[in-house]
Design a protein around this ligand. Sequence first.
Ligand code: CA
Length: 187
Amino acid sequence: MTLCQDSATCKTVSYNPESKICQLSDSAPVTKLIESEEQVYTVSCKLDYTYNPESMTCYKLVKSKTDWYQANESCSAIGGYLATFPTAAASQWFRDQLPTLLGTSNILLPPNSMTWIGGYRDDTSAPENFAWQGFATGGVPAPGQPESDWKADEPQDFEKCIAAYVDGWYDADCTDFEFFYTCETLP
Ligand SMILES: [Ca+2]
């Protein structure tokens, strides 16, 4: 190895993956350095989807503006669901990725650059009445609850659908607004 060429103290090491033994170039193989190897899994998402390591699912932001119901149908039509977030970390990952997913560093103020996600409620009487419609099923956590990622002071005006933006989740009228939307699938 050329790295060791001019160094008196440097020695090369060879590794035998079968015996898991590292052997110095001029010594006997006596040191077991690796007792266990981590399994390495590779996950791949469909073309145009980005892997979210927090939710372990794949997301695709569609830059076509539509109402929530049409967005929901469009995601179903391509074998997925509107995006859901099982944890606040999964939502934070998504918000951090928004410029990349939008393909621009120029994030526009709301309601532009917002994207529909899969939170919906029939009953607007309480903030805890939202439920996820996709992979993360069950209730959307209300503000202040663990795993909640609402923007400060949202939800605030008795609207039935959820849109995400760089600063968190907003309730928004499902048909008055037309936003981009984000679909989710399993890897
Ligand atoms: Ca709102």
